[in-house]
Design a protein around this ligand. Structure first.
Ligand code: HEM
Length: 437
């Protein structure tokens, strides 16, 4: 029997072969909470074939994200779930290679680029929501369509039109495949559908990158990335741009959809909070939301933070120890996983008042619960892999909420019993119905 190198870490190895994977997929929050209650803030788990240590303290989160010894691989951490499906994306690169690609990609996330995206986001949102009829609507479905259209027009620079449904299906198949426990491409399997979806996305983006390179640079993200250059003044190979774009769709689309759905749902359940947001967004007078407006939209900002706290779109950040490492004094031997969990940290009872309650004022001056530690509230991660799209996400979420709530009111039935499955990216298990008036 091989030596158990994690014997010093509390916890167990779960079921034979699958470990804790099934509980993780079906109830990740419950699984982590059960482990926390039984073992404290550091415990072992075995998920999707990776055996590792999960840390639930902000200090450990800081040490893991900053990784001063450069021994924690994001690529190896993420590849067991999204690897073949979202290969070579920025999060699936490490150290110098990651740094080189991130510098190139940064050109598509500069302040000037963001300014260009703002108007386009506003236009698509306006077009979508202008004709929204009063009545019941599934807010998750509505937001998913809207963010996909934004991704198509603002990021890809095309109206995907008839291709839109196919691209969306291909994309969803790839996302679903990323957490399926059965990771072999047998006919009819989720994993095989995912690999086919990936192939379809590669084809569509391959054609688009070639097209952008034949054209003059334009304002969309794909064009910026297609024309971005390395320090030596060279363009990235087409395959790299395609891999980055497919990954960006993953990183940008379901994350903002989930944030918007949770935020609007909570505002529907909390009319007084909705009033405060509505008053602020009406004061904008229909102008596009820009990064400069964030100061004026303080209630909107807190409501967004609270949605990100309760339902972080990236609930876990897995890493893989390439060498022996000590995190907050706990030894993790080389070859094992290391997990950060914003999902658990954001509701940790030692740090937050009534952690399950929607209470945006916990972020307000005077309380600022999130400031107890630099790495307690980490919806966008930290360190070298900090979300590159955080400003885009913020503008997008606020622009959509502003457009929706400036002239309308949303309500929801508190007894509807909406349950959100947190992994891989939060999604309601059934309809998430809002009544729009
Ligand atoms: C509310 C929305 C979003 C949330 C909560 C979010 C969260 C995150 C988190 C936590 C990470 C780091 C994961 C890790 O270290 O393991 C990350 C990385 C990343 N995000 Fe976001 N994200 C959001 C929206 C976006 C958008 C809109 C884009 C692009 C337009 C984007 C692009 C990326 C990219 C490219 C990375 C990888 C960065 C790197 O490895 O250097 N994200 N995101």
């Amino acid at each position: 029997m091989p030596m158990d190198l994690l014997a010093h870490v509390p916890g167990d190895r779960g079921w034979p072969v699958v470990g804790h994977t099934l509980s993780f997929v079906h109830d990740a929050a419950g699984l982590v909470e059960r482990h926390r209650r039984a073992h404290g803030d550091v415990f072992r788990m075995r998920v999707l074939g990776r055996e590792g240590v999960t840390f639930l303290t902000p200090q450990a989160t800081r040490e893991i994200y900053l990784d001063p010894g450069k021994v924690l691989s994001s690529e190896r951490g993420w590849s067991s779930s999204i690897g073949p499906l979202f290969r070579n994306g920025l999060m699936l690169r490490d150290f110098d290679d990651h740094h080189r690609h991130r510098r190139v990609m940064q050109q598509a996330f500069s302040r000037a680029a963001l300014t260009g995206y703002v108007d386009a986001i506003h236009d698509v949102t306006d077009r979508h929501l202008r004709g929204l009829p009063a009545g019941d609507v599934d807010v998750y479905v509505l937001m998913k369509r809207l963010t996909l259209d934004i991704a198509a027009e603002v990021f890809v620079g095309v109206s995907l039109g008839q291709q839109s449904e196919r691209v969306n299906r291909a994309f969803q198949a790839a996302v679903a495949a990323s957490i399926t426990p059965l990771r072999v491409a047998v006919p009819g399997s989720t994993y095989r559908r995912g690999l086919r979806g990936r192939a379809e996305l590669t084809r569509v983006f391959g054609e688009l990158v070639a097209q952008r390179r034949r054209e003059e640079p334009r304002g969309d993200l794909l064009s910026r990335l297609s024309h971005a250059t390395t320090e030596d003044g060279e363009l990235l190979p087409v395959d790299d741009v395609v891999d980055h774009m497919v990954f960006l769709m993953l990183a940008a689309h379901d994350t903002t959809t989930s944030t918007l759905a949770v935020m609007l749902w909570q505002l529907a359940l909390h009319p007084a909070e909705q009033d405060r947001v509505a008053e602020e967004v009406r004061a904008l007078g229909g102008a596009p939301v820009t990064p400069a407006d964030h100061g004026r939209l303080e209630h909107t900002t807190r409501a967004m933070q609270e949605a990100l706290r309760l339902s972080p779109p990236v609930p876990f950040s897995p890493r893989h120890a390439l060498a022996d490492v000590e995190i907050t004094g706990v030894r993790v031997p080389a070859g094992h996983g290391v997990n950060v969990s914003s999902l658990a940290l954001h509701r940790h009872p030692d740090w937050w008042t009534l952690p399950d309650a929607f209470d945006p004022d916990r972020f307000a001056p005077g309380r600022e619960e999130h400031k107890q530690h630099s790495h307690l509230f980490v919806p966008f991660g930290g360190g070298a892999h900090l979300c590159i799209g955080n400003h885009v996400a913020e503008v997008m979420v606020k622009a959509i909420v502003a457009r929706l709530l400036a002239g309308r009111r949303v309500t929801a039935d508190p007894a509807a019993g909406v349950v959100i499955r947190p992994v891989p990216i939060p999604k309601p298990r059934g309809p998430m119905l809002l009544t729009v008036r």
